[in-house]
Design a protein around this ligand. Structure first.
Ligand code: F6R
Length: 252
């Protein structure tokens, strides 16, 4: 595991976007694992800004999660989020973008098929993650087993509270369940970038980076990954006890 402390989220986003661009230049058939929420937004802005510099034709994407019970065209579905922030703004064929189906009649079967689709695509080359205030990754809430795979999960009260801002502040409108890639699914990605911005994430990040590896702190599992990098801004690094141990980017 590596930690990169950057002065701003825009600089962090630029560094990760450059890595994605480089990977696609080397191998057109890159498989990306993508996240939603506010953390990856600057990255998607940066990828969109790079426009024709990136050839998206053969890239495949798999998203981490989707709410159960929201139609894909619901304005808060993760499909809508991805279309709005990335897919509709770059030249990637729609058929190559995959998001868990929160409306599946048989959710268990659709989760198995999701795992199969990732395997058939050759596995995830590069995975983007955000982190919840409770240190969740995807919707793997505290207590999620390290060997878990894509499945239906119940959202923590804390997660629903944090996400109600997207539902007009009304927690009743936030779905209670989601489909989420599992901890094992995420850990199989060949390269992982977890993006964390702002003081609000500093407690979760300190526990994930410097605390014991434990299912109670899901993001701590990344300490065991051979090629995972936490890209965090200065405010998000505030509660680290040993900031001197990590790489600090002064300017870029
Ligand atoms: C979203 C996801 C979640 C978020 C996390 C942080 O696809 O997997 O784990 O990354 O809840 O959300 P933001 O970035 O909105 O603070």
């Amino acid at each position: 595991m590596k930690v990169l402390i950057v002065p701003t989220k825009e600089i962090g986003a630029k560094i990760v976007a450059l890595r994605i661009e480089g990977l696609i230049r080397i191998n057109f058939k890159v498989v990306l694992g993508l996240a939603t929420g506010s953390s990856p937004e600057p990255l998607y802005d940066e990828l969109v800004a790079r426009g024709n510099q990136i050839d998206w034709q053969d890239v495949k994407t798999f998203n981490l999660d989707e709410y159960v019970g929201l139609q894909p065209n619901h304005d808060q579905s993760y499909r809508s989020f991805m279309d709005k922030h990335l897919f509709d703004l770059i030249k990637i064929p729609n058929s190559q973008t995959t998001i868990p189906n929160g409306m599946a009649a048989n959710i268990e079967l659709s989760c198995t098929k999701y795992e199969d689709a990732i395997t058939d695509a050759g596995g995830i080359d590069l995975q983007i993650l955000g982190i919840g205030n409770n240190a969740h990754i995807a919707f793997n809430e505290p207590g999620s087993a390290f060997d878990s795979r894509t499945r239906q999960v119940e959202l923590d009260e804390a997660t629903r509270q944090a996400n109600k801002r997207f539902f007009g502040g009304d927690i009743e409108k936030v779905p209670t369940h989601a489909i989420s890639m599992g901890m094992a699914t995420i850990m199989e990605a060949r390269e992982i970038y977890l993006l964390g911005w702002g003081f609000g994430k500093s407690g979760a990040l300190a526990r994930a980076i410097e605390g014991p590896v434990s299912p109670e702190v899901p993001a701590s599992v990344l300490q065991l990954h051979p090629n995972a990098t936490f890209v965090i801004d200065t405010m998000a690094a505030q509660q680290l006890k040993h900031p001197d141990r990590y790489t600090t980017v002064a300017q870029f």
